[in-house]
Design a protein around this ligand. Structure first.
Ligand code: NAP
Length: 106
């Protein structure tokens, strides 16, 4: 399995994606981005790497995406700002060398 990072994993869709990926094992190759890591302690307990980050914080995104091959980007729910937020995520992923981005639209 590649190194995969899932955003939005403290929400409904992202958590479902992580749970599905965990069925294949390889928690050590799975990471998530969380604004509040305390909301992802259940995932951390299963061996998933939790990175604190926000779509609005470029440096946090760049740090979280280091070594990631594939990114699952869950669309943000701040409807007035999500286009620049997603652009930020995609730019950081590109700079970090992420090879494949899966994006779920609004
Ligand atoms: N295409 C479709 O048919 C379809 C269907 C349903 C939903 N959607 C879209 O999918 C998205 C997720 O749905 P959901 O039900 O999983 O929503 P949700 O439960 O509200 O989860 C949203 C997730 O995004 C995270 N998030 C929001 N803003 C962020 C930011 N600035 N930086 C980092 N993370 C951020 C939230 O983190 P926190 O826990 O910190 O808030 C949470 O983990 C929504 O945008 C929705 O519009 C699409």
């Amino acid at each position: 399995m590649s190194n995969i990072l899932v955003t939005g994993a403290t929400g409904g869709l992202g958590k479902a994606v992580v749970e599905q990926l965990l069925k294949n094992g390889g928690a050590d190759q799975l990471s998530v981005l969380a604004r509040d890591p305390a909301k992802a302690t259940d995932l951390q307990a299963q061996g998933v790497h939790v990175h604190k980050g926000d779509y609005t914080d470029y440096a946090s995104l760049l740090a979280a995406f280091a070594g990631v091959d594939k990114l699952f980007l869950v669309s943000g729910n701040d409807v007035h700002n999500r286009v620049p937020q997603h652009a930020n995520v995609i730019k950081a992923a590109t700079e970090a060398g992420v090879k494949h981005i899966v994006y779920t639209s609004a």
